[in-house]
Design a binder for this molecule. Sequence first.
Ligand SMILES: Nc1ncnc2c1ncn2[C@@H]1O[C@H](COP(=O)(O)OP(=O)(O)OP(=O)(O)O)[C@@H](O)[C@H]1O
Length: 770
Amino acid sequence: MPVSTRSQASGQKQDDSALHPRSRIKTHQEKAEVTNFLTRNPHYGLKEKMRELTLLYEQQKQARNSNFSSYCSSRTEDQLPRLKDNPKDSGSIDMSAGGGQVIRRNTMTHLTATRTFVFPKPRVQHKFDDLKENLEAGQEKAIGLFCYPPQKADPATVARRLSTGVGRALTENLQETEKLEAADERSVPDESRILVFVRLRPMGKKEKEVGSRCCVRIVNRKDVYLTEFANENDYLRLKRLRGRHFTFDASFSDTTTQQEVYSTTTADLVESVLQGKNGSVFCYGATGAGKTYTMLGTVGNPGVMVLAIKDLFTKVRQRSCDGNHAVHLSYLEVYNETVKDLLSPGRPLVLREDKQGMVAAGLTQYRAYSTDEVMALLLQGNQNRTTEPTRANETSSRSHAILQVVVEYRVRDSAMNVINRVGKLSLIDLAGSERALATDQRTLRSIEGANINRSLLALSSCINALVEAKKHIPYRNSKLTQLLKDSLGGSCNTVMIANISPSNLLFSETQNTLHWADRAKQIRTKASNANEQITQVPEGHADQVKLLLELQKENRELRAQLAQQQQKLVTLQAQYLAAQSSPTPSSVTSLLTPPTTTGVPSKKRKARPSFLSGTCFTPELKRKGTQEATAKELLQTVNALEGEIEKMKRDHSLRLKQKDDYIKELIKKGEKPQTKFGTEGARRMITRSSLRPKQPSPVELKSPSHLFRSPVPTAKKRSFGDITTGNSPSIISGRKMRSHAVSVYAAAAPSMLLQPGFARRKACSFLSAD
Ligand SMILES: Nc1ncnc2c1ncn2[C@@H]1O[C@H](COP(=O)(O)OP(=O)(O)OP(=O)(O)O)[C@@H](O)[C@H]1O
């Protein structure tokens, strides 16, 4: 029995390769044997491939020699032997193709037809240079040529394609490249990138005085050129300059306005928050680089936080006709690795991780109804924020501050289903990284500085781990990273604004900031999907009953709201009277300030001459400080509230009337399904008292709450971390509703969207549909 050895096999292979083996097959058996052998032989087709590659190489060489001249040729199989002798005829590149596309006509040895490859038009000159380089680089780079742009070709893919024949490989590779490019341009649907912006601040007065030079140049609103000037005493390097270049999504020069920064970086996020998505904006940079200026700004030049809230309320007001909105707010700081509630200072908050993510237990959530109210809260929070003068910055923020705004939006779709969307916007002003020498040594400031640096280092580690797509991201290394977990690695649209100084004295800080900003560009976050909950219109009889119960509940809530407004009016009137009689009236702001979580009045911190409590959002009333102004203000508030209450009363009585009509209508309808519930059941439906959920009855007309879920889930306490996870504020535990307008009935009423008549409208529409 003949045994084929390895050498025999290779010899056979050589023979076969001299002439195509299939030409010698005569019988079926022979054919089968050869096929069998060929499939087992790992070198099958290798020579053929090599020949094709050689031809390819020759084509490129020819193309290079002819310097991309317009040259075409097509060959048939019978012309192939001559190709070896005259490789110049093997193919060409035509750069004069329509639309500037690169057309390559190429003839393969085993093909009978001409193949034409169409390359996408080089978008920039340097890509075309790559193409030329590939042409010159010979056989290996030839593959790269056909995978234009070369850097996108996956080597593994190329190798795999080669093993199935060069001709096919090239076509497939080309298709693959085109697909890759298309996918790249479309952007991967379930991933999004952190957008990184750079903002250069103007040169400070002190910096000018010490004669510092500008080491940053911004070109084309994108590119940042950083120049390191040699030390004047360093004679060896006196004439040497070291420069670095970075590119970002946008770069703002020192003359850019706050509004411009806001509309480029954050305006889109505000819009997406209203669509139920999550968004985060954070400012990063060295101490004194302009983070707080960008985030908060001044009274004359409000920053991103203020502009975002104004924009948010404008949009909410524009859309209030098609749905109901609720805006909730929380403001916290991370100071020396402790989390503090800025709106209701007290004990440090504990971070807990639960199903919804990181939770700051006990964090206060305020419901806000207007921009002014948010501004008052922001002012209050900023006064509580830890800011101290340091050598580097007179108004240095010694903590990381996070303002979170949760917008709950309820709207009806065309099928009259209720859509409940919850979006949250996190606006983060980080403390600045600093050198120990830049601040003070061995003081509280240096301890603060060390903590700031530690948390920023933890942030850098997380950025590194995310960029390298590591499995473990060290979020737990600091409180800051735990709170930013959602913004960095979660389902969130995130924007980073890197603040830099132009001064060459802060070169290394600027370089460091730009380095991390550049790195952050590579972080991929999960695409933020809308947090949406759709509630279908109830159809069954039981659902109607449930709806009635809901209406009653809403009615109770309205009554509570009215009572609370009246109470508030009385208090304000008393305040007004007191202001008129007392020489030192209390400020209106004290009325607006809700009690602390613990019920103990918050200790007012001594006003510091800081940026936050000074030029930024200092309340006008405080500055005026005169009795008349306060009294005038109080009178205005009282009048406004009186008007509001009158309006509410009118609205309320109208709604009660509507409800009575509705109940009567429902009674009529309720008489019909007697067969289902019996006469007694129907009678119970016609009395309002029978609809009270807590009244048991002998013949059970059970509250259908177990059958029908309220469109607004039962309210629970809510905490900070819940916001970061984007869950509906209505279903979050740990919440404390502190709004002066809501808090009284909030505990009793589960609905967060307390605008009157929502459920009633639903009932009416349901009835009309019925
Ligand atoms: N774009 C700008 N235009 C004008 N002044 C600016 C700008 N950016 C910053 N400044 C000024 O620079 C100084 C320092 O800015 P800011 O306090 O915002 O720095 P910071 O980065 O928040 O510092 P820290 O981290 O220490 O809190 C402030 O006096 C501020 O008014």
